[in-house]
Ligand binder design. Structure first.
Ligand code: ZN
Length: 411
């Protein structure tokens, strides 16, 4: 079982319901601020900050507490308690910049959580939220739209979240999904690198690479633009950083989604990735020697891939990549001399893509440790010479317009 959160937009909201949602969000803000005021005054008077249980008792009669389902009100007090504890532990650790949780803006609409008995999922993408007795209506029925690739499992709680930028309401739906891993199928082995962000090999004899140039170009562009800023705290610089992060994250999502789709198309049940142990000193840097390795998103790729693959019933397994780049796939000898040309592994009269040799050796190590052998070894070794090259194409070509893109196989 895996717990996931789906973000669904509330749609077809009528004015009457919008007003009610606004009231719930407003009540949540009022309760937060009232509870915070209570904490601080008790703290001033007695020198002791009241805890969660004491607040639940004290604020039960509070008007705003009663305008939310009781579990929702308790959740807000619980969140505040967590914030106080977190601040307290920061302070204890000597962090002098840590501030106690503050008050929320009066006109902000806070998140309202609906737990077990306070909601009911209905067919046709609808949810029934139950309201406390204070209201004339006992419930509110909302219609929502899930993201295209999401199917809900067993729903555990629903959070009602307001997005002030667009004025839309969202439901953050926490649900549990049963994952059934498939036991039989092909194996995909991945070598992560810089010149090629991915070099992959599938046991059906298909091999592919994804050059890292697009991501490098993105990083270079934003580093150059940021260098033009006078201060790192300037508005322009902060905006550039946000945009850089957005575009990088989009690239990584598309990359990992594309990998999972490729795995599905090739009937893959297991994906192997080389386990990274710190900085790989021997890695071929190409002409980007100045790039800092820590900035390269290896672990982000692995975590996104693991999550997306699991939803497709595919396991991701880490395999040690020690000496996987120096072992010849043909004669199995370790040879540092083999990497004669950049990007090419030349030995036994063959010139193979060096990163694919890495992927091949990761696969061999996994098979050896599992006591298995590769059914079609010559076919798979042959694939190391002719990978399909996949390029990331941004939908808009200027760096400023790089918000969306897809992978295309190069001709
Ligand atoms: Zn050899």
């Amino acid at each position: 079982m895996q717990t996931l959160t789906a973000k669904a937009k509330v749609v077809n909201l009528c004015d009457r319901d919008a007003l009610l949602l606004g009231l719930l969000g407003f009540a949540a803000t009022k309760l937060w601020n009232g509870a915070n005021h209570h904490r601080r005054s008790v703290w001033n008077e007695t020198g002791k900050i009241p805890g969660f249980a004491e607040q639940c008792r004290e604020l039960k009669a509070n008007r705003w507490y009663k305008l939310l389902p009781s579990q929702s009100s308790q959740e807000i007090l619980g969140e505040q308690d967590d914030s106080y504890r977190s601040w307290f532990s920061h302070r204890k650790n000597g962090n002098k910049n840590a501030h106690p949780p503050g008050f929320r803006k009066k006109d902000s609409l806070s998140t309202v959580t609906f737990k077990q008995n306070a909601f009911e999922m209905l067919p046709g993408n609808r949810v029934k939220l139950k309201l406390p007795k204070t209201y004339a209506r006992q419930e509110i029925l909302l219609e929502y739209q899930l993201p295209p690739d999401v199917t809900l499992g067993k729903v555990q709680q629903v959070k009602l979240v307001y997005e002030p930028k667009t004025g839309d309401w969202y439901l953050h739906i926490t649900h549990k999904v049963m994952i059934k891993y498939s036991e039989i199928g092909n194996i995909m082995s991945l070598d992560l690198g810089i010149v090629n962000i991915i070099a992959g090999l599938i046991t059906d004899g298909f091999s592919f690479i994804v050059p890292g140039g697009e991501l490098l170009a993105l990083d270079r562009y934003f580093q150059k633009e940021k260098a033009k800023c006078t201060k790192s705290t300037s508005r322009k610089c902060v905006r550039l950083n946000a945009k850089w992060g957005r575009q990088r994250s989009h690239y990584l999502h598309v990359l990992t989604k594309w990998l999972v789709n490729l795995a599905i198309a090739h009937d893959v049940s297991t994906i192997l990735v080389g386990e990274l142990k710190g900085i790989r000193a021997g890695k071929d840097w190409g002409d980007v020697g100045n790039q800092k390795l820590h900035a390269w998103p290896f672990s982000k790729i692995i975590s996104l891939l693991t999550y997306k693959a699991a939803l497709a019933g595919i396991r991701v397994i880490k395999v040690s990549e020690k000496s996987t780049s120096t072992t010849c796939p043909v004669c199995s000898r370790r040879t540092k001399k083999a990497r004669v040309y950049r990007g090419l592994f030349v030995h036994c009269g063959l010139a193979l893509n060096a990163d694919l040799v890495g992927a091949y050796n990761i696969l061999q190590r996994y098979l050896r440790e599992a006591g298995l052998t590769l059914p079609d070894r010559p076919g798979v070794v042959g694939a190391l010479a002719r990978p399909a090259v996949n390029l990331f194409v941004w939908r808009k070509t200027t760096p400023e317009g790089r918000e969306q893109g897809t992978f295309k196989q190069a001709a």
